[in-house]
Design a protein around this ligand. Structure first.
Ligand code: C2O
Length: 548
């Protein structure tokens, strides 16, 4: 591979959407941010300079960061934030990955506007395992908020109330013509009849899983989370925040003036408030000459999306995602398991501090937890304190392997739904083979939780509804061609089972990729110890690693 250099200047920029101009944080003044391009095996050296009045970090979501945990990015986990006027060089190599990933800010809710695609091509001379597309186009979903989201989330954390919802979803930063004042702010994709396009779809939205579809067109799904899958056809995809999905779109032989609407809107399972609006873009067929341009007006055809709570569609879509699992792209599913974990994920409450009024139910604060532990962000990066053996007062290693109490997760919740708080991690010896079952508790909100694991790809070996049954369910696990990914949705009222090999020394964050749940504490960290071999150790931190 070669070395590629990028410079990310974090700076404010005025951007107008929905008839309102707002000063937002951007990389180099671009919104969405610049595209990172690499080939498998390349080294990326990205200098991030902070020119805004907020602390910033950047995360390279889905990049495995094999022995380069110092470049992973989550604030107070992998590094202290880059302060105003400071800079940090992220230095890492893309090992064994090709496909679509994305980068985003990883502190508070700054990823609202600080995000962009990472496009990883195969090694030189290596073809895709599907027909070479004519063109490749990133499609990024995001959210637009008129209000200041930093104020909103900080207020939510202080008062314990639920934060507001977004004002629009966006495709490549544009809300699309169904929103007020947005006819001009509509993403357009021009295609040539008969050609095949690779859409690199990224869900960078803060808080919502999305359905996506284009009128009168089918997609062929070929890759998820930068791993090839067995191709399958669908007219709609479901994509959770943190996931990426590569789809082939074949332009048909429509009249050269034909136009079609592409649309995305949420999949939501519960009564929890969400923005039920639709972002749209336009698929336009090329107009070969000016003559035909005005003469034929075609109606804009709209796609039919599943209804917002169509769990049947969601479940069947997810089940179709299978690894290629062939000689060239084997699925290295861990066959034996060294350590079993069972984590409950869901919402809960924390008591209101004395002399304060709180806006959660019955004067409490909303919280979220893993195994009833709501994660408290430390004041110094976990990776730093781990590396220098300074855990005291920063974290403890007693994160529970099982929930403190079990109940019927799909029935009436227990009367006490208070969570505990702490900065707890799981220690894993190098090369531990892990099986983790995550069970949604359905407490308070009926929502799916897109769990994202840093530092690894995992295999989704099982999934189901109701309570996980450890004596029955493993018999149905798929150890042959399960989806390999970095973000999986734990279904509302159900569970998923994943397996991964802890072959990457460092500290690895795992959290719900719905920003509101992360903020409320639905997060934890795995600490993978060094192995004995020279290639099994985490190197020293770079000299410019930010200090807290
Ligand atoms: Cu996409 Cu921890 O992040």
């Amino acid at each position: 591979g070669i070395t590629r250099h990028y410079k990310f200047n974090i700076q404010m920029q005025n951007v107008t959407r929905l008839c309102q101009t707002k000063s937002i944080m951007t990389v180099n003044g671009e919104f969405p941010g610049p595209r990172i391009i690499a080939r498998e095996g390349d080294r990326l050296i990205i200098k991030v300079v902070n020119n805004v009045q907020y602390n910033v970090t950047i995360h390279w979501h889905g990049v495995r960061q094999l022995r380069s945990g110092w470049a992973d990015g989550p604030a107070y986990i992998a590094q202290c934030p880059i302060q105003t006027g400071q800079s940090y060089v992220y230095n890492f190599t893309i090992i064994g990955q090709r496909g679509t990933l994305f980068w985003h800010a990883h502190i508070s809710w700054l990823r609202l506007t600080l995000y962009g695609p990472i496009v990883i091509f195969p090694k030189k001379g290596v073809a895709y395992p599907f027909p070479q597309p004519f063109k490749e186009i990133p499609i990024l979903f995001g959210e637009w908020w008129k209000a200041d989201t930093e104020k909103i989330i900080n207020q939510s954390l202080q008062t314990g109330g639920a934060p507001n919802i977004s004002d629009a979803y966006t495709i490549n930063g544009l809300p699309g013509l169904l929103y007020n004042c947005s006819a001009k702010d509509t993403f357009k994709l021009k295609v040539k009849p008969g050609k095949t396009y690779l859409l690199r779809v990224i869900n960078a939205a803060l808080n919502d899983e999305l359905f996506f579809s284009i009128a009168n067109h089918n997609f062929t799904v070929v890759e998820v989370d930068a791993v090839y899958v067995k191709p399958f056809k669908t007219n709609t995809i479901l994509i959770t925040p943190g996931q990426t999905t590569n789809i082939l779109l074949k332009a048909k032989h429509f009249h050269p003036n034909a136009t079609f609407l592409m649309a995305a809107r949420p999949y939501a399972t519960g009564p929890a408030s969400f923005d039920n609006s639709t972002t749209t873009g336009i698929l336009e067929y090329h107009q070969p000459s000016n003559k035909t341009k005005k003469s034929n007006k075609f109606p804009l055809l709209k796609p039919r999306l599943p209804i917002f709570n169509d769990t049947t569609f969601a479940t069947s879509f997810v089940k179709k995602i299978r690894s290629l699992a062939n000689a060239k792209f084997p699925a290295n599913v861990p066959k034996k398991v060294d350590k079993h974990f069972f984590f409950t994920v869901g919402l809960g409450l924390i008591p209101c501090p004395q002399n304060q009024t709180c806006q959660g139910p019955n004067n409490t604060k909303f919280a979220a937890s893993v195994n009833n532990v709501s994660f408290v962000q430390p004041n110094i990066a976990l990776l730093q304190s781990h590396y220098f053996n300074q855990s005291k007062g920063v974290y403890t290693t007693d994160f529970p392997a099982n929930p403190p109490f079990k109940f019927n997760y799909t029935g009436t919740p227990p009367s006490n739904i208070f969570v505990t708080t702490g900065t707890k991690v799981v220690m894993l010896p190098f090369n531990t083979s892990v099986e983790l079952v995550m069970q949604d508790t359905s407490i308070i909100g009926a929502e799916s939780h897109p769990l994202h694991l840093h530092g690894f790809n995992f295999f989704v070996v099982g999934q189901g509804f109701g309570n996980y049954n450890s004596s029955k369910d493993p018999a149905n696990f798929n150890l042959v061609d399960p989806a390999e990914r970095n973000t999986v949705s734990v279904p509302s009222g159900g569970w998923v089972a994943i397996r991964f090999l802890a072959d990457n020394p460092g500290v690895w964050f795992m959290h719900c990729h719905l920003e509101v749940h992360t903020s409320w504490g639905l997060k934890m960290a795995w600490m993978v110890m060094d192995g004995k071999g020279p290639k099994q150790k985490l190197p020293r931190p770079p000299a410019d690693l930010p200090k807290c």
